[in-house]
Design a protein around this ligand. Structure first.
Ligand code: ADP
Ligand code: MG
Length: 367
């Protein structure tokens, strides 16, 4: 089932009497979520992710725009009639019910032609439990389960009605690091097996990058960029997206374009065509700079952190906006840590420049 968001907007009235400033939580969101894909809605806290999700499921009414499931306009449809499965950060299980009763619960309210027999309900419950691999735990109470198991029950409960669309709002945030990894792989597997169109909300870029077919990066209610995770990482449209994706984060420096050359400080680091003279921000991925004694960029060497396969070379530069400039290199490469400075060469495809006012990407060609 494809999901179409058309000029979707949500404005909350002001809560601050003094300023009277209303909040545009979601601003003119347009996107067609392809059938069967997992879309990661990604952005910092408060950027409008949950509000978008709540409008898709009908818990919030849009201030403007429309939502379609397939060809059906569901904008005015109640949550119960949209055919969605919802999973939240806190698992919200009924504590007095067993796992089986929790999963079965949504089926017991089905009416009319949708009404199921006891056997049908149990079959569906067992299938959903098997899918999330908790069929051994059906007689336990939620308090007898780990956080990861509780979240699996919540996912099974969302799946048992065979929803047209699955919506997950930060479903892994309450889990510890290892369970988070494991559960996100589970969600990916379940989504692939069922082929249910899924929207997964998270503020964690690594989580979104690893799980999604498509990511949507949001900032202050406005969609910044939509694309396959790797393509957004490789080709960010603006400085915000470049900074938001990637661990460790992108290096950001001030620089300028002058006479067809990009300068950092007084070093010309790249010759380009088609760019006017101007001050710029420069983003360089940590894997985009390589130590080289004849390198074009000179930094002050601080330290080298060897971490198994890779090393992080930590240095500083007066033009850097981050406290450090970090290079990730193969740990076989030895760095003389007694040196004061280190010179780097630059990989142009890991090197982005941005307009200093708008912070939009400036596209250049290497000369
Ligand atoms: P996210 O899920 O990305 O953290 P939300 O969608 O929850 O962000 O919130 C987006 C913006 O809308 C925030 O500025 C938030 O304070 C505001 N907001 C959310 N819900 C309400 C509400 N019920 N009333 C007023 N403002 C709200
Ligand atoms: Mg939220």
């Amino acid at each position: 089932m494809k999901v179409v968001l058309q000029n979707l907007t949500k404005i909350f009235p002001s809560r601050d009497k003094k300023s009277g400033q209303e909040v545009i939580a979601v601003n003119d969101f347009n996107f067609e979520i392809p059938d069967g894909k997992l879309v990661g809605l990604l952005g910092p806290s408060g950027c409008g992710k949950s509000t978008t999700l709540y409008m898709i499921c009908g818990l919030q009414k849009p201030s403007g725009g429309k939502i379609f499931f397939g060809e059906d306009d569901v904008t005015e449809l109640s949550t119960e009639n949209r055919g969605i499965g919802l999973v939240f950060q806190n698992y919200a299980l009924y504590p007095h019910m067993t796992v089986k009763q929790n999963i079965m619960f949504p089926l017991q309210n089905l009416k009319g032609k949708d009404k199921l027999t006891k056997e049908e309900m149990f079959d569906r419950t067992l299938n959903a439990a098997k899918l999330v691999q908790i069929d051994e735990l059906l007689d336990r109470k939620p308090s007898e389960l780990s956080g990861g198991q509780q979240q699996r029950v919540a996912i099974a409960r969302a799946l048992v009605k065979m929803p047209r669309v699955l919506l997950l709002d930060e479903p892994l945030s309450n889990l510890d690091a290892r369970l988070r990894l494991q559960t996100r792989e589970e969600i990916r597997r379940i989504q692939r097996e069922t082929g249910i169109t899924t929207v997964f909300v998270t503020h964690d870029q690594e989580e979104a990058m690893s799980i999604s077919d498509i990511i949507v990066v949001m900032k202050l209610g406005v969609v910044q960029q939509i694309g396959a995770p790797q393509s957004v990482y490789d080709d960010p449209k603006n400085l915000f997206v470049a900074k938001f994706l990637g661990t460790p984060p992108i290096n950001v420096l001030e620089g300028k374009v002058s006479g067809g050359k990009i300068y950092i400080g007084d070093e010309a680091v790249l010759e380009v065509t088609n760019v006017d003279d101007q001050d710029i921000y420069i983003g360089i991925r940590p894997e985009g700079i390589e130590p080289n004694e004849n390198g074009v960029l000179t930094c002050n060497l601080s330290s080298v952190e060897v971490m198994g396969r890779d090393s992080s070379v930590i240095s500083t530069h007066p033009a850097s906006l981050n406290p450090i400039v970090r290079a990730i290199i193969n740990s076989d490469i030895r760095i003389d840590t007694s040196a004061q400075t280190i010179k780097y060469n630059i990989k142009p495809h890991k090197f982005f420049i941005f307009n200093k006012e708008t912070e939009e990407r400036i596209y250049y060609e290497v000369k």
